[in-house]
Write a protein that binds this ligand. Structure first.
Ligand code: ATP
Length: 170
């Protein structure tokens, strides 16, 4: 059986990291942590949300599972980070997801998950409106592209329940 990658896409603050952490903590589904050339922000720890590297440390494109460039910085993960069997989770943007599908769907089973959440709820969660405007420019895939859509305008408990329901259908 091919490794299964649950690829999670959604706006800033929609709950991508929350879902990945929930799957890791509750169901032992490992998360693929991306590498980035973006500088570490205050409060960030290397290896938690990202591994921070210099532009000179970029690996060969053929070793990359997915790659995207955004805001002048590069983001990628490596094939060697995917466990050789079982399921893992990967938080990704739409262009990275496309690359993953078109280049590697023979090598991996990819389950794409779109988390949607209305803007007013995101703003109530404290997400900066400029970030939300910026997200709009990064979206080009229609909802039909995704294997699964989870609406996260509910409580955390309900969101977790929805995640479990979708996971059980895998
Ligand atoms: N259903 C929910 N109810 C309330 N708060 C939530 C819910 N889902 C997520 N959150 C909270 O919203 C915030 C943003 O969630 P999270 O970090 O998972 O978003 P993200 O999609 O990973 O965002 P980014 O792309 O900016 O990293 C977190 O503080 C998280 O705990």
């Amino acid at each position: 059986m091919k490794p299964i990658i649950i690829a999670i896409v959604g706006d800033s603050g929609s709950g991508k990291t929350y879902m990945a952490e929930f799957l890791r903590n509750q169901l032992n589904v490992p998360t693929i942590v991306s590498y980035t050339t973006r500088p570490k922000r205050p409060g960030e720890t290397d290896g938690v949300g990202h591994y921070f590297i210099n532009a000179s440390q970029l690996p060969d494109k053929q070793d990359m599972l997915a790659y995207t460039s955004f805001g002048g910085y590069e983001y990628f993960a490596l094939h060697e980070q995917v466990p050789c069997k079982g399921i893992c989770c990967y938080v990704i943007d739409e262009s990275g997801l496309e690359m993953l599908y078109y280049n590697h769907c023979e090598r991996y089973d990819i389950v794409s998950v779109l988390i949607i959440c209305p803007q007013d709820v995101l703003i109530l969660r404290g997400i900066d409106s400029n970030r939300l405007k910026r997200d709009k420019g990064r979206k080009h895939l229609g909802e039909k592209f995704f294997d699964c859509i989870i609406r996260n305008d509910v409580s955390k408990e309900e969101f977790e329940y929805k995640i479990l329901c979708e996971f059980n259908r895998l």
